[in-house]
Design a binder for this molecule. Structure first.
Ligand code: DGL
Length: 269
Protein backbone atom coordinates (compact mmCIF):
# COMPACT_ATOMS: atom_id res chain seq x y z
CA UNK A 1 0.00 0.00 0.00
CA UNK A 2 1.79 3.13 -1.21
CA UNK A 3 0.18 5.68 1.08
CA UNK A 4 2.58 7.48 3.38
CA UNK A 5 3.15 7.16 7.13
CA UNK A 6 2.37 10.54 8.74
CA UNK A 7 4.73 11.56 11.56
CA UNK A 8 4.37 14.66 13.72
CA UNK A 9 6.11 16.52 16.51
CA UNK A 10 6.40 20.04 17.89
CA UNK A 11 9.65 20.37 15.95
CA UNK A 12 12.76 18.39 15.04
CA UNK A 13 12.37 15.83 17.86
CA UNK A 14 10.14 13.42 15.95
CA UNK A 15 12.84 13.17 13.29
CA UNK A 16 14.67 10.81 15.66
CA UNK A 17 11.65 8.50 15.28
CA UNK A 18 11.31 9.16 11.54
CA UNK A 19 14.97 8.20 11.07
CA UNK A 20 14.44 4.85 12.78
CA UNK A 21 11.24 4.18 10.79
CA UNK A 22 13.21 4.81 7.60
CA UNK A 23 15.91 2.43 8.77
CA UNK A 24 13.51 -0.36 9.67
CA UNK A 25 11.04 0.30 6.84
CA UNK A 26 13.04 1.78 3.94
CA UNK A 27 10.22 1.20 1.44
CA UNK A 28 7.70 3.33 3.27
CA UNK A 29 7.08 6.93 2.16
CA UNK A 30 7.01 9.39 5.06
CA UNK A 31 5.28 12.75 5.49
CA UNK A 32 6.60 14.68 8.48
CA UNK A 33 5.27 17.80 10.21
CA UNK A 34 7.27 19.80 12.77
CA UNK A 35 5.15 22.51 14.41
CA UNK A 36 8.26 24.61 15.04
CA UNK A 37 6.39 27.95 15.17
CA UNK A 38 4.53 26.77 18.28
CA UNK A 39 7.31 24.69 19.90
CA UNK A 40 7.97 23.94 22.65
CA UNK A 41 4.77 22.11 23.53
CA UNK A 42 6.18 21.04 26.91
CA UNK A 43 5.25 24.11 29.01
CA UNK A 44 1.79 24.56 27.39
CA UNK A 45 -1.48 23.52 29.04
CA UNK A 46 -2.74 20.06 28.08
CA UNK A 47 -5.85 21.37 26.24
CA UNK A 48 -3.68 23.59 24.05
CA UNK A 49 -1.26 20.77 23.17
CA UNK A 50 -4.24 18.54 22.34
CA UNK A 51 -5.72 21.23 20.06
CA UNK A 52 -2.39 21.84 18.25
CA UNK A 53 -1.89 18.10 17.81
CA UNK A 54 -5.35 17.68 16.29
CA UNK A 55 -4.68 20.56 13.89
CA UNK A 56 -1.39 19.07 12.71
CA UNK A 57 -3.00 15.64 12.32
CA UNK A 58 -5.81 17.21 10.25
CA UNK A 59 -3.23 18.88 8.01
CA UNK A 60 -1.43 15.57 7.45
CA UNK A 61 -4.69 13.68 6.84
CA UNK A 62 -5.09 15.64 3.59
CA UNK A 63 -2.06 13.69 2.31
CA UNK A 64 -4.04 10.45 2.78
CA UNK A 65 -1.67 8.59 5.14
CA UNK A 66 -2.27 4.96 6.07
CA UNK A 67 -1.07 5.53 9.64
CA UNK A 68 -0.29 8.40 12.01
CA UNK A 69 2.70 8.39 14.39
CA UNK A 70 2.55 10.98 17.18
CA UNK A 71 6.34 11.20 17.57
CA UNK A 72 6.09 13.55 20.54
CA UNK A 73 5.68 12.38 24.12
CA UNK A 74 3.94 15.57 25.26
CA UNK A 75 1.33 15.19 22.50
CA UNK A 76 1.05 11.42 23.00
CA UNK A 77 0.28 11.97 26.70
CA UNK A 78 -2.69 14.24 26.01
CA UNK A 79 -3.94 13.45 22.50
CA UNK A 80 -3.30 9.80 21.62
CA UNK A 81 -6.55 8.36 22.94
CA UNK A 82 -8.77 10.99 21.33
CA UNK A 83 -6.92 10.69 17.99
CA UNK A 84 -7.43 6.91 18.09
CA UNK A 85 -11.15 7.40 18.62
CA UNK A 86 -11.43 10.06 15.94
CA UNK A 87 -9.45 8.45 13.09
CA UNK A 88 -10.17 5.32 11.13
CA UNK A 89 -6.46 4.60 10.47
CA UNK A 90 -4.02 3.28 13.13
CA UNK A 91 -2.45 5.90 15.42
CA UNK A 92 0.81 5.08 17.24
CA UNK A 93 2.31 7.05 20.14
CA UNK A 94 5.78 6.93 21.69
CA UNK A 95 5.11 6.39 25.40
CA UNK A 96 4.18 2.71 25.47
CA UNK A 97 7.07 1.76 23.17
CA UNK A 98 9.48 3.69 25.44
CA UNK A 99 8.08 1.99 28.54
CA UNK A 100 8.36 -1.42 26.89
CA UNK A 101 11.96 -0.83 25.90
CA UNK A 102 12.84 0.16 29.48
CA UNK A 103 11.21 -2.92 30.93
CA UNK A 104 13.20 -5.10 28.56
CA UNK A 105 16.41 -3.38 29.65
CA UNK A 106 16.15 -2.86 33.43
CA UNK A 107 17.68 -5.37 35.81
CA UNK A 108 17.08 -3.65 39.17
CA UNK A 109 13.57 -2.36 38.29
CA UNK A 110 14.43 1.22 39.19
CA UNK A 111 13.87 3.28 36.07
CA UNK A 112 14.38 7.01 35.46
CA UNK A 113 12.26 9.07 33.08
CA UNK A 114 13.10 12.54 31.82
CA UNK A 115 10.70 14.56 29.69
CA UNK A 116 8.98 17.89 29.24
CA UNK A 117 6.93 19.47 32.03
CA UNK A 118 3.73 18.37 30.25
CA UNK A 119 4.82 14.74 29.92
CA UNK A 120 6.05 14.44 33.50
CA UNK A 121 2.98 16.23 34.88
CA UNK A 122 0.69 13.83 32.96
CA UNK A 123 2.17 10.82 34.78
CA UNK A 124 1.82 8.89 31.51
CA UNK A 125 5.17 7.08 31.81
CA UNK A 126 4.58 6.00 35.40
CA UNK A 127 1.15 4.71 34.34
CA UNK A 128 2.52 2.86 31.29
CA UNK A 129 5.46 1.34 33.21
CA UNK A 130 3.30 0.26 36.16
CA UNK A 131 0.69 -1.23 33.86
CA UNK A 132 3.34 -3.41 32.22
CA UNK A 133 5.31 -4.18 35.38
CA UNK A 134 3.44 -3.34 38.62
CA UNK A 135 6.47 -3.60 40.97
CA UNK A 136 8.59 -1.13 39.07
CA UNK A 137 10.01 2.00 40.75
CA UNK A 138 9.90 5.12 38.59
CA UNK A 139 11.86 8.32 39.17
CA UNK A 140 10.57 11.19 36.99
CA UNK A 141 12.17 14.53 36.22
CA UNK A 142 11.22 17.39 33.89
CA UNK A 143 14.08 18.97 31.93
CA UNK A 144 12.51 22.08 30.40
CA UNK A 145 15.83 23.55 29.21
CA UNK A 146 16.63 20.73 26.77
CA UNK A 147 14.10 21.25 23.95
CA UNK A 148 15.03 24.90 23.24
CA UNK A 149 18.71 23.85 22.97
CA UNK A 150 17.81 21.25 20.35
CA UNK A 151 15.41 23.50 18.41
CA UNK A 152 18.13 26.17 18.18
CA UNK A 153 20.48 23.56 16.75
CA UNK A 154 23.18 24.18 19.39
CA UNK A 155 23.08 20.70 20.97
CA UNK A 156 26.71 20.06 19.98
CA UNK A 157 28.11 23.16 21.68
CA UNK A 158 30.31 22.86 24.81
CA UNK A 159 28.04 25.27 26.74
CA UNK A 160 25.40 22.57 26.84
CA UNK A 161 27.20 20.30 29.29
CA UNK A 162 26.79 22.48 32.45
CA UNK A 163 23.06 22.82 31.67
CA UNK A 164 22.72 19.05 31.39
CA UNK A 165 24.77 18.46 34.57
CA UNK A 166 22.55 20.84 36.53
CA UNK A 167 19.26 19.57 35.08
CA UNK A 168 20.10 15.92 35.78
CA UNK A 169 21.54 16.43 39.29
CA UNK A 170 18.30 15.34 41.06
CA UNK A 171 18.18 12.13 38.97
CA UNK A 172 21.75 11.19 39.82
CA UNK A 173 20.79 10.69 43.45
CA UNK A 174 18.79 7.55 42.56
CA UNK A 175 20.23 4.09 41.75
CA UNK A 176 18.48 3.83 38.36
CA UNK A 177 19.96 1.40 35.84
CA UNK A 178 18.20 2.88 32.83
CA UNK A 179 16.95 6.31 31.87
CA UNK A 180 14.08 6.78 29.42
CA UNK A 181 14.59 9.76 27.13
CA UNK A 182 10.90 10.59 27.39
CA UNK A 183 11.05 13.38 24.85
CA UNK A 184 11.89 12.76 21.22
CA UNK A 185 14.21 15.79 21.23
CA UNK A 186 16.53 14.29 23.84
CA UNK A 187 18.37 11.74 21.63
CA UNK A 188 20.15 14.76 20.07
CA UNK A 189 21.66 15.31 23.53
CA UNK A 190 22.31 11.62 24.19
CA UNK A 191 26.13 11.83 24.12
CA UNK A 192 26.14 14.53 26.84
CA UNK A 193 23.34 12.90 28.87
CA UNK A 194 25.20 9.60 28.79
CA UNK A 195 28.45 11.22 29.90
CA UNK A 196 26.67 12.93 32.81
CA UNK A 197 24.75 9.82 33.94
CA UNK A 198 27.75 7.50 33.67
CA UNK A 199 28.30 4.11 32.05
CA UNK A 200 26.13 2.13 34.48
CA UNK A 201 22.94 3.88 33.24
CA UNK A 202 21.55 2.75 29.87
CA UNK A 203 19.72 5.39 27.85
CA UNK A 204 16.43 4.35 26.29
CA UNK A 205 14.97 6.18 23.32
CA UNK A 206 11.53 5.12 22.17
CA UNK A 207 12.46 5.49 18.48
CA UNK A 208 13.55 1.92 17.85
CA UNK A 209 10.62 0.30 19.66
CA UNK A 210 8.13 2.72 18.06
CA UNK A 211 9.43 1.84 14.58
CA UNK A 212 9.07 -1.83 15.45
CA UNK A 213 5.46 -1.22 16.50
CA UNK A 214 4.77 0.64 13.24
CA UNK A 215 6.24 -2.26 11.30
CA UNK A 216 4.20 -4.84 13.24
CA UNK A 217 0.90 -2.99 12.80
CA UNK A 218 1.43 -2.38 9.08
CA UNK A 219 2.28 -6.03 8.56
CA UNK A 220 -0.63 -7.23 10.68
CA UNK A 221 -3.08 -5.05 8.75
CA UNK A 222 -1.64 -5.90 5.33
CA UNK A 223 -0.60 -2.26 4.79
CA UNK A 224 3.15 -2.61 4.11
CA UNK A 225 4.45 -0.96 0.92
CA UNK A 226 5.80 -3.38 -1.66
CA UNK A 227 8.18 -2.91 -4.58
CA UNK A 228 11.57 -1.34 -4.90
CA UNK A 229 10.85 2.25 -5.88
CA UNK A 230 12.60 4.61 -3.44
CA UNK A 231 9.88 6.54 -1.65
CA UNK A 232 9.91 10.34 -1.75
CA UNK A 233 9.53 11.78 1.74
CA UNK A 234 7.93 15.14 2.40
CA UNK A 235 8.76 17.52 5.24
CA UNK A 236 6.67 20.42 6.49
CA UNK A 237 7.25 22.90 9.31
CA UNK A 238 5.37 25.89 10.64
CA UNK A 239 8.43 27.97 11.62
CA UNK A 240 11.76 28.85 9.98
CA UNK A 241 12.36 26.16 7.31
CA UNK A 242 16.10 26.86 7.10
CA UNK A 243 17.01 25.91 10.64
CA UNK A 244 14.64 22.91 10.47
CA UNK A 245 16.31 21.74 7.26
CA UNK A 246 19.81 22.19 8.68
CA UNK A 247 19.05 20.08 11.76
CA UNK A 248 17.10 17.47 9.76
CA UNK A 249 19.83 17.07 7.15
CA UNK A 250 22.52 16.65 9.75
CA UNK A 251 20.47 13.98 11.55
CA UNK A 252 19.21 12.12 8.47
CA UNK A 253 22.50 12.52 6.56
CA UNK A 254 20.81 13.49 3.31
CA UNK A 255 19.43 16.54 1.53
CA UNK A 256 15.74 17.19 2.00
CA UNK A 257 13.20 19.76 0.85
CA UNK A 258 11.13 21.49 3.54
CA UNK A 259 7.78 23.12 2.76
CA UNK A 260 6.87 25.94 5.15
CA UNK A 261 3.25 26.00 6.34
CA UNK A 262 2.19 29.17 8.20
CA UNK A 263 0.71 28.28 11.57
CA UNK A 264 -2.36 30.40 10.70
CA UNK A 265 -3.18 27.66 8.18
CA UNK A 266 -3.14 25.10 11.01
CA UNK A 267 -5.32 27.33 13.15
CA UNK A 268 -7.99 27.21 10.47
CA UNK A 269 -7.97 23.42 10.20
N1 DGL B 1 9.53 16.29 21.28
C1 DGL B 1 8.46 16.48 22.17
C2 DGL B 1 8.28 15.37 23.15
O1 DGL B 1 8.64 14.26 22.87
C3 DGL B 1 8.05 17.80 22.71
C4 DGL B 1 9.01 18.85 22.90
C5 DGL B 1 8.37 20.14 23.18
O2 DGL B 1 7.85 20.74 22.24
O3 DGL B 1 8.35 20.59 24.35
O4 DGL B 1 7.74 15.58 24.22
Amino acid sequence: VHQPIAILDSGVGGLTVAKEIRRQLPQEPIVYFGDTARAPYGPRPAEEVARFTDQVIDYLLELKPKMVVIACNTATAVALESARKRLSIPVVGVIHPGARAAIKMTRNHIVGVIGTEGTIRSGAYTAALSQLSPGIQVVSLACPLFVPIVEKGVYGSPEVQPVVVQSLAPMRRFPIDCLILGCTHYPYLAPVISKVMGPEVSLISSAEETAREVSTILCHKGLLAGGWAKPVDQYFCSGDPHIFRRIAESLLQEEIKVTPVPWEVLNNM
